[in-house]
Design a binder for this molecule. Structure first.
Ligand code: TYD
Ligand code: MG
Length: 450
């Protein structure tokens, strides 16, 4: 007889715990662990009656020919997906409430529908009339998108079975409700069950699904992370409140490069694509100490952005280290290397680091730009105008070359920069489009710059 055990599950990351705790050991979030009714039935004891079918790898071409990828015409979205929507794929679009997920997906629905694909947009949050109103405001009044306001999963699957669209958008997965699961809508079991049903429907019927997932702060509603492992592609829609810029980032993609970004601007008439993000991220830049332009690579594109540092005497016993848009552990490392290898100390000082424009930089290639910004702020000495910086820093204080130097230099040249600071030994062929200062170790770099 099956034992009736209660388990506890983290609504943020989906980790199962034996006991309730205030903080999840896996993801470190507080108050996210809830009791889980559990749907797990006992493992099957006997073999099934019917056989699963296998296909020779070499015979795959003989199977029904795979459909080509579908382009939406929204270039930023197509690129983040890895070159268009893959048929029968499952995509999760996560993001904070109010960031613009529904707007993005309704625009995507309109674009796909206009390019000839059948699209069903299921909203569990708004009535069909409200979605239509929003669509009109976005200039999609004539797009042949089919709308449904529904939360019952069984009904949705029946609709999709009848319609057999090329793309089904589910907004949002947290509002979906599977009647074979006991727990409340939004719980981890419900969200997982709904995602599982929708993803297996997608694979079985050749319908692509896009699931919207709200990033939640309170513990009762499951976050998008609990379904990340079930889908092929995970996109996060990010941006800062008060800023119109939005970044769509692929954090997982079975069909394309991860870390690819698409940049949008939220306007009165919906999201507008930003074709030249470098110009956008640098548009509000002033020439001051602590400001450095980093020549980065996001996915397959070079993107220039401004890194700002502020260093000020601290009244606190433990000075503040505040980071926006970069890893705080990495900042601690750079501060330690500057102190130990170049003798530039930050003890007794508050350090603030910010990547302008709401971008999140993950590349180690930003090390040198961060170090330069910190030194520039610390010495109150601005970098010469028209300079870009990139390179990795090792714990020994040596600078390491980073890949794709040429693409970075070309992008910098295109935006009017005329000088680059980078590690010596950086591989590049052909003439440099701008003057290049190669540096080899940290104290030497500090001297050469300031
Ligand atoms: P929405 O797509 O509803 O967010 P989400 O689905 O992620 O919760 O977007 C909500 C915000 O976007 C709202 O604050 C208003 C803004 N917005 C515009 O600025 N312009 C527009 O054309 C639209 C439709 C929304
Ligand atoms: Mg929404």
């Amino acid at each position: 007889m099956a034992k009736n055990t209660t388990s506890y599950i983290c609504t943020s990351c989906g980790t199962v715990h034996k006991k309730w705790a205030g903080r999840c050991e896996n993801c470190g979030e507080w108050n996210t662990i809830t009791e889980d009714a559990g749907t797990g039935s006992a493992a099957p004891k006997a073999l099934g009656k019917s056989r699963g079918r296998t296909v020779e790898l070499t015979d795959l071409s003989a199977e029904e020919a795979p459909l080509p990828r579908q382009l939406s015409g929204l270039d930023e979205l197509d690129r983040v997906l890895g070159g268009g929507l893959v048929p029968a794929s499952a995509t999760l679009v996560g993001g904070d409430p109010g960031i613009g997920k529904s707007t993005l997906l309704l625009q995507a629905a309109g674009a796909y529908a206009r390019s000839g694909a059948g699209v069903v947009y299921v909203s569990g949050e708004e009535a069909a009339a409200q979605v239509r109103m929003r669509g009109q405001r976005l200039g999609l009044a004539d797009a042949p998108v089919k709308l449904a306001a529904e939360t019952n999963l069984r009904d949705i699957l029946t609709t999709l079975e009848a319609e057999r669209p090329r793309l089904a958008i589910i907004d949002s997965i947290q509002t979906m409700w599977a009647d074979h699961v006991d727990s409340a809508p939004g719980s981890v079991s419900q969200v997982r069950a709904a995602a599982h049903e929708l993803v297996s429907f997608a694979k079985r019927r050749g319908v692509s699904v896009m699931l919207v997932g709200h990033v939640t702060k309170e513990g009762q509603i499951a976050g998008p992370r609990v379904v990340e492992h079930m889908v092929d592609t995970v996109l996060y829609f990010e941006g800062e409140r008060g800023h119109p810029f939005r970044i769509l980032r692929a954090v997982k993609n079975r069909f394309g490069p991860a870390d690819e970004i698409g940049v949008f601007e939220m306007t009165g008439a919906g999201l507008a694509e930003v074709a030249n993000p470098s110009a956008l991220f640098l548009s509000e830049r002033g020439q001051a100490s602590g400001s450095v332009v980093f020549a980065g690579i996001e996915g397959t594109r070079p993107v220039l952005c401004e890194i700002q540092a502020l260093v000020a005497p601290s009244p606190l016993a433990t000075p503040r280290r505040t980071v926006v848009g970069w890893d705080s552990g990495r900042l601690a490392m750079i501060l330690a290397v500057l102190e130990a290898r170049a003798g530039i100390g930050f003890g007794g000082m508050d350090v603030y680091l910010n990547v302008a424009g709401g971008l999140r930089v993950g590349e180690p290639a930003a090390d040198l730009a961060v170090a330069t910004a910190l030194v520039s702020a610390r010495q109150d000495h601005a970098l010469p105008e028209g300079t870009v910086v990139f390179g990795e820093i090792s714990l020994s204080g040596a600078l390491r070359p980073v890949p794709q130097a040429e693409a970075r230099l070309r992008e910098a040249a295109k935006l009017g920069f005329n000088r680059a600071l980078m590690p010596g030994g950086t591989r590049r062929t052909g003439p440099d489009p701008i003057a290049v200062d190669t540096l080899d170790d940290l104290p030497g770099f500090v001297e050469s710059v300031f």
